[in-house]
Design a protein around this ligand. Sequence first.
Ligand code: OSB
Ligand code: MG
Length: 375
Amino acid sequence: MSTELKVIAARLHRVRLPLVHAFRTSSHRKTMLDHILVELVDASGAVGWGEIASPSHPYYAPETVETCWHTAERYLLPAVTGQSWDRPEQVAQLWAKVRGNQFAKAGVDVAAWVLWSSARGVPLAQALGGTRSEVIAGVSLGIEPTIDDLLTEVRRQVTAGYPRVKLKIAPGWDVEPVRAVRADYPDLDLHVDANGIYTESVEHVTALRALDEFELTMIEQPFAPRDLLAHARLQRHLVTPICLDESVETLADLETAVALDSLRVLNIKVSRMGGLTAARAAHDRAQQAGIPVWCGGMHEFGIGRAANVALSSLPGFSLPSDVSASEKYYAQDVISPPVIARQGVVQVPTATGLGHDVDTDLIAAHTVATVEVTA
Ligand code: OSB
Ligand code: MG
């Protein structure tokens, strides 16, 4: 048996799914998502699927669905097709010249990991070195029209069994909603995520420091991604740990943030780090630095969601991850069975590869564009 894999054809599928519940962050509101599914086909006919989970607007990261499509079609897939490799860690080397574009890279990297683990007959989690058989899921709640709406959402999720709730905050929607949720749930594992919208103005810093009294598990990404010093300055005045998300796109970013004491917790996203290989390396480095990590999400369809579950099975993922059940977002998912959470616990699949069947009929029914690149 040859130990090498060789991708002879690669396809992109732009797939549109409606969201069950509109989601609003500090920057925008959405009701449906277009993600790009990546399909890599090996010379033996084996297939690996990945997902490019970029938002449509460049408000979380610089990429959009269109830039991801362009980068994947023009640079990443041509770099991968026709090349032989024996470990998925080698695939990112094939596009080493391409800077940034982490979401586009992540989708292709995941497809390579899934292809490799199914060809080798091992579950993706095991291929990565995962040690957990189940992972704890938290939910992320958007900005709601009113505090009452937010309390209804929190009640729905806590009743569903999720043990951790994260609230999106923005100036004007911070201390009061957090106070209201805390009053109803004094012991809930609660944290907030600002998606980088605050500045170091007196009003903003006053609001952020006021959050310290609510015993939040963390305050995620209060300031702009590149402003590591602002995070370090705020952390000196807070007991609540600061968690970084958008600030950490590379291992070098993490190294700098650790050196500056800009974070006490790390959100690791497969998409933001450019794939599973890089995400795992960030996990390893954070573990060495004594920084607890959890796996963040980008409202992934089932393929990206299953990759997040596999990553979350690594030993350092000690905090609940944003790997809530498919049904929280989508009435129908692209995998079968969908990702299921029972009392906030998701089982790590033991089947090979992705561990779920990919529903190609459902994908075809929701596809708005496709392209193929061949060797
Ligand atoms: O900051 O974690 C974020 C969604 C879009 C953009 C940014 C973020 C999010 C989420 C998604 O919070 C959480 C999830 O996928 O469950
Ligand atoms: Mg975040």
